[in-house]
Write a protein that binds this ligand. Structure first.
Ligand code: ADP
Length: 751
């Protein structure tokens, strides 16, 4: 062991506060600081964009300049230094490439970021005195060529010999794929067979990210669940084959949130401050938010919010499908966001005044007020590498309702009514009815069992989402690459404010609070769902007598851990009886949904003993394993084969494994045919054009095939969702999903 500190160069195309277009900027803006606090020396390398504010550029100090070869070019590269909070930033200066109005989206992005990657690699020879790079940590496709250049062009130099490379995937949908003419013209690598082969993804293209996956010593992504999801064809965007091959060096490390900026106890942007120990301010925040948004100011209505890009990735298809049911069921909904689904949101806000609000804008201050004032936070993502919003919501005691995918699965533990554990409400499949069920599981708890609700809020607020935990995991990873460098954490200079301890809740039995207007009556089919919400709320009222909701440990603290999640899920009660008591329109849609019959069945078997449930769970887990094995066995033997296979699936809708997928493929087809009718029946005719938009989304949402088998198996709960999952066996996965996922993802981000 030496006294040397771990010295890390962290390369990213964006870093807050200098430049940020998404989560990558947040991570590069805060993780390095946490790494410094964890005992590392960190230099962050970022392009010196023309958009960086003068308050920063004015303070930059020129430390070096040299030329970088790029194919036949020789490009100037300056290094400009700025030190903030113990982190050294080195800005890569080349005005031809970076002095533009925005960071990405230019015809020559392939060349610009090849330059950036080469400049980063070259810069390792020009670092400040005493800094000897041990780990080069690259992020997303913009820096993906650095590990390739390093091994192919710099390997023999003593300085580079010790450098280990880490590549982090923040969103696998963006890979940097270009015509292979670049290989010679820009990368200057056409004559290196190894590089040419490993970069090539089909006969005409090369893929930067693919190169990083082959060349890096370690690969990470931003949540453990996303780490295994991207090894499946459903989420892997054609790179799943390589990721499976390199799974021994692939790990998922959750992002954190800035717990100072997001702190209800000190947040200056919210109506009243509060903490886990004294929640009175949250009630005031809710009332103020309801008033601000034009919603009815009443505490007996659970208020559910979304703060999000209004895109398909974020589950907006499911939202537009289920909003009628949710709003008419007595839940208030407020949405803040911009994107492809602005019109449907305006439509619902107009249709349900006082119950639904839409703010189509980007407003950071309002987002704070919404996180603070809401009871629930909806995030039903199609895929989610990590997700920050659900963590922020929990920090504000707002219970998330999420789909079990990616980072959402890893951060939200589903409520277990028997133990009181959990930090939110979850559902497995990308299905509007399942999402609606999850929303009403939350709403019912809000109405019926205040003690259990309060405990859940305490659990959520006690969860630790600080960067400290993630930084330690990165440090361990670096240490594995350089075991000779000892990691000694300095004195905890970054004193992250500890989430307040949950206060004990009296261990009184969960006496279900009387729900004011609920009866067990079966509601008549609604033609105008805007009718008195309270009536509709009845439809969502479960037969209380059936489930006494015993709570063994109402004061128990829950860690938001995966293991807990699966454990609690296994104990979950069966689906709500209300699946059978919906309006006829919903019934029709439910029938159309491939998974719904299973849900109904689950409702019938609601009172089944937990033993039987446990057995089912085990069976499913086994099935999942078998599935995983099957998937692996079927993987194409080479990366390019994988890519080609995925592409062919994308262009032709027909699934490659047609025989195996037949059953499931039939189901979505039926759903697509039936669901629009059902939704149309529910929608007020007056707003024909808008309702049409919502309806078609609904159709799409219903027709969506089940989530990956692993997701289904993981979620193996005795609830309807789990039954649905088991119905959708691996072979049931229709391949067309790959097309829609990838198409959606590619269009939702600027990068
Ligand atoms: P994404 O995939 O968009 O990065 P995350 O959940 O990881 O999703 O992070 C989204 C961040 O952007 C959160 O901090 C959220 O509060 C914020 N955000 C999204 N939309 C808006 C908006 N319209 N106004 C204010 N903040 C927003």
């Amino acid at each position: 062991m030496s006294d040397k500190k771990m010295q890390v160069v962290f390369a990213s195309a964006e870093a807050a506060p200098f430049v940020k277009t998404g989560g990558l900027g947040d991570v590069a803006g805060s993780l390095p600081r946490a790494l410094v606090a964890a005992g590392a020396d960190v230099i962050v390398m970022v392009p010196k964009y023309g958009t960086i504010a003068s308050e920063y550029t004015d303070r930059m100090e020129h430390v070096a300049d040299f030329y970088v070869s790029l194919g036949w070019r020789n490009e100037y590269c300056g290094l400009e230094r700025l030190v903030i909070d113990g982190v050294t930033y080195l800005f890569i200066d080349n005005e031809r490439y970076f002095k533009r109005d925005y960071p990405y989206g230019f015809f020559d992005d392939g060349e610009r970021f090849a330059f950036f990657s080469k400049a980063v690699t070259e810069s390792l020879q020009h670092l400040p005195e005493g800094f000897q790079c041990d780990v080069l940590h690259c992020n997303d496709w913009h820096t993906a060529l650095a590990p390739v250049f390093l091994r192919e062009f710099y390997q023999g130099l003593p300085l580079y010999e010790r450098v280990k490379t880490v590549f982090s995937i923040h969103n696998i949908a963006f890979q940097g794929q270009y015509a292979d003419t670049i290989l010679n013209d820009i990368l200057g690598m056409a004559h290196i067979p190894n590089a040419a082969r490993q970069l090539r993804c089909d006969e005409r293209s090369i893929n930067y990210m693919q190169g990083a996956l082959d060349y890096s010593d370690a690969i990470t992504t931003v949540s453990p669940s996303y780490a295994w999801e991207i090894q499946t064809p459903e989420y892997g965007e054609g790179l799943d084959g390589i990721l499976r091959r390199r799974s021994n060096v692939l790990s998922g490390i959750l992002n954190g949130i800035d717990t100072d900026a997001w702190n209800p106890a000190t947040d200056p942007m919210i109506h009243a401050n509060y903490s886990a120990a004294d929640m009175s301010g949250k009630k005031a925040c809710k009332a103020a938010l309801q008033e601000e948004l034009g919603l009815e100011v009443r505490d007996d209505r659970p208020l559910m919010v979304m703060v999000t890009r209004l895109t398909r990735q974020k589950g907006m298809d499911l939202v537009t499908y289920a909003l009628d049911r949710i709003l008419s069921g007595g839940v208030q909904v407020a949405v803040l966001g911009t994107g492809d689904y602005e019109e449907p949101m305006r439509y619902f806000a107009n249709k349900y005044p006082g119950t639904c609000a839409a703010r189509i804008t980007f407003d950071n201050a309002l987002s704070h007020r919404m996180y603070a004032g809401a009871d629930m936070f909806l995030m039903p993502s199609l895929f989610e590498p990590c997700g920050l919003s659900q963590m922020i919501a929990m920090r504000y005691g707002t219970l998330p309702v999420v789909r079990e995918t990616g980072g959402l699965r890893d951060t939200v533990a589903p409520y277990n009514q028997f133990t009181g554990e959990g930090t939110g409400f979850t559902f497995a499949n990308f299905n509007g009815d399942e999402m609606g069920d999850a929303v009403f599981r939350g709403a019912r708890l809000y109405w019926d069992d205040h003690a259990a609700w309060d405990q859940l809020v305490q659990n959520a607020m006690a969860a630790d989402f600080s960067w400290v935990r993630s930084a330690d995991e990165y440090m361990n990873l670096y240490h594995n690459l350089h075991p000779e460098i000892d990691i000694t954490k300095p004195e905890p200079v970054v004193a992250e404010p500890e989430p307040a301890e949950p206060t004990a809740v009296e261990a009184e039995p969960a006496a279900p609070a009387p729900e004011p207007t609920v009866t067990e009556a079966e509601p008549a089919p609604k033609t105008e769902p805007a009718a008195e919400p309270a009536d509709d709320a009845k439809a969502e009222a479960p037969a209380k007598a059936e489930e006494p909701a015993p709570k063994a440990e109402p004061t128990k603290k829950t860690a938001a851990k995966k293991t807990t999640a699966s454990k609690t899920a296994a104990k979950k009660p069966a689906a709500r009886k209300t699946a059978a008591t919906k309006s006829t329109a919903t019934k029709a849609a439910a029938k159309a949904t491939a998974t719904k019959p299973a849900a109904s069945k689950a409702a019938v078997t609601k009172t089944t003993a937990a033993k039987a449930t446990a057995t089912k769970t085990t069976t499913k887990a086994t099935a999942s394993k078998a599935t995983a094995a099957k998937t692996t066995a079927k993987k194409p033997s080479t990366a390019s084969a994988t890519k080609t296979a995925t592409k062919s699936t994308t262009t032709k809708a027909a699934p490659a494994k047609a025989a195996a997928a037949k059953t499931a493929a039939d189901k979505p087809a039926t759903a697509a045919a039936t669901a629009p009718k059902a939704a149309a029946a529910k929608t007020a005719p007056a707003k024909a054009s808008t309702s049409k938009a919502a309806t078609s989304s609904a159709a799409k949402a219903t027709a969506k095939p089940a989530t990956p088998k692993a997701t289904a198996a993981k979620a193996a709960a005795p609830k309807a969702a789990a039954q649905d999952s088991s119905a959708a066996t691996p072979a049931d996965k229709p391949a067309p999903k790959a097309k829609s996922v990838s198409a959606a993802k590619r269009t939702t981000r600027k990068r």
